[in-house]
Structures are given as structure tokens and as C-alpha cells.
Ligand binder design. Sequence first.
Ligand SMILES: *Cc1c(COP(=O)(O)O)cnc(C)c1O
Length: 371
Amino acid sequence: MARPLYVWDYLQEYENEREDILDAVDTVFRSGQLVLGRAVRDFEADFASYHGVSHCVGVDNGTNAIVLALQALGVGPGDEVITVSNTAAPTVVAIDATGATPVFVDVHEDTYLMDVGQVEAAVTERTRCLLPVHLYGQCVDMEPLREIADRHDLVILEDCAQAHAARHHGRIAGSMGEAAAFSFYPTKVLGTYGDGGATITSDPQVDAALRQLRYYGMKERYYVERTPGHNSRLDEVHAEILRRKLTRLDGYVAARRAVAARYAEALAGTDVVVPAVAPGNEHSYYVYVVRHPRRDDIIEALKAHGVSLNISYPWPVHTMSGFAKLGYRTGSLPVTEAAAKEIFSLPMYPSLTESDQTMVVESLLKVLAAL
Ligand SMILES: *Cc1c(COP(=O)(O)O)cnc(C)c1O
């Protein structure tokens, strides 16, 4: 049987960009500097300027981008960080790794994004940080969140791992908090050929702290000033690939939006619920999350058509045994829990061809008709 069609694939994109990617690798390998050299510096400058902020610190992955950002913002043991349970688990893994306590609010029924209306009631005297996740490629409603942060003297860290180039009332994701964390994991809207991440900020003190934290806590070579430190550097080879791919980011997002528009048109009139875009948002469609009460049957039936789907995410974080220590019970975040049972993702990546997409849609329509 032919290779199934997956929700994400990079092989066609690699064929399209192979010369440039191989040249990036060769350029780094011949540069004489494999770690924290010119490529990282140049990518950091370009990535900061793309977001209209003054600093970018490249790190080894998105999870550590969040860990280091929280620590650089002064968040640690005893502090509470308000976020959502409907997210990629690493958001919460990162908060937990700092010793701070994640506190969850529920999400909106239509966008599955943080319900900002619930945040203020979750603020306690221990709250230090609000951590909105711009999930699936779409921004959280940031203006009311900023008001709450200012009223209670809290910092905002944006989790932008899924929201490269997304915009909210014209402002780009990552430019609205005290800091923002990005992942460049291969599937992400801007992805490398391995792991990578970055934190951006316009606060020079946060930038300075991040640079130490990713480098063992060293202030200069061989002298540790800040603990606990990490080795969380972005590799030169990934920085050079990312620097080149950043120039194509707007094109990737345009291609994703075209795929999304074709799905929305093809699925109109079915009982599959397609993504809602909140007012003022420009979606970058990291994943294309739809909803149907017979989700599990649909996924199973589509396998026979050679389409392998995915769920982002099947388990709300607060229901996972690793986070039982947080004390949430099933039933505590009803919108999140209901969504997790019915959502699933359709294939979404810039190089998805129209004919493959048509195949997916036709298979899905057949499966729906036979339910
Ligand atoms: C991917 C992701 C992360 C973690 O990024 P890694 O590079 O895989 O460590 C964090 N938060 C969200 C929302 C993500 O999607």
C-alpha cells in the first residue's frame, strides 16, 4: 500500500528547498563555528526585527524557550502561572519545570482558546504570570488580558509555538507580552530540520538573563553568575536553516491559508465544524482542527482511504496522571474536556497539493455519508 497521507509532511517541501537547505548546512559546516556563531546572531537579529521587538535569544527547543523565559521574568517556586489545559503538554511541562504552579482556566467553545473572562477570578496573591497559548495558529484576546496583567502587576508570556506570523488586531503574535516563546520543531509554521526554539522580548534585562540562562548561567566564559543554569543553545546549523526559511515564512502562511479556505468551502454544508476565527485575528493555521461527535469513527474509517489523521490533543493536560498533583478533577474544565472528545485535525502543511487535499475531502465526505 502507498504511504498514507499524514496531517503533516515535510518531504515535498524538502524537495522544493533542498539546494538552499543543503547550502545552509554546508555554509555552517565550513564556517569554523558550530555553536553560538554568526548564524545564531544573524537569525536572532532577523527574528527580532520580523516581530518588531528588540531582542531574540535562540534556544534548543520551544519547551526550554518557555522555561528560560519564565525564569528570566523572575517566575519560580511558589509562584502561580495562569494558562490553559487545552494546549500541547509542553506548555505545562515547562511551567512545572520552573517549580511554579500551573493554574488553568477553560477555553472558548468555538476557538478553543483561553477564555480571558475567567482569568481574573483565577488570580491570587501568588499569581506572577499570565501565559496565553496562541493555539492552532490563532491569538488569544490580548487587550483584556493586558488590562488584568496591569491591574494585578503580572507579566505576560505568550506561548507562540503554534502561532508564527499570526496577528491580532494587526499586531504580530509575540509582540504583545513581556516575552514570547517560539518552537521551531519541524511541524511548526516555521520549523527546522530538528529541534529549535527562541524567546523574544523588548526588555534588555530579560534578554540578558536569557543569554546567561541558555549558557550554563555564565556571565562570561567559565564564570557562572546565575543559577539554576541550562545548556539550551540553538545550534548554528538550525539557525542558518531558520534564517533562510524566515524569508519564506509569509509564503508558507499564505499557502496554509489557501488550504484552510479550500477545506472551509468543501466542508460547508456538512456537520463537520470548521475552525472559527475570532474577530481581529489573522490565523496562521498551524493545524486545521475540526469537530464532530463521531470523531473516533471518522478517524478509523479514513485509515482505509489512506488518510492518517491526528488529534491535537486527545487528553486535556489537567486529566493526565503526571499532573494529578495539581489537584484538578475531571469535570473542572468542561469546555476543554468536551472538545478533547470531538476534535481532530485534517492534513495541513504548505506543500499539501490541491489533488491530495481533494482526495482527503472526498474521502471524508464518503465517510460522513456512510456514518
Ligand atoms: C510545540 C509546542 C511547544 C514545545 O515546543 P518544543 O520545541 O517541541 O519543545 C510548546 N507549546 C506549544 C503550544 C507547542 O505547540
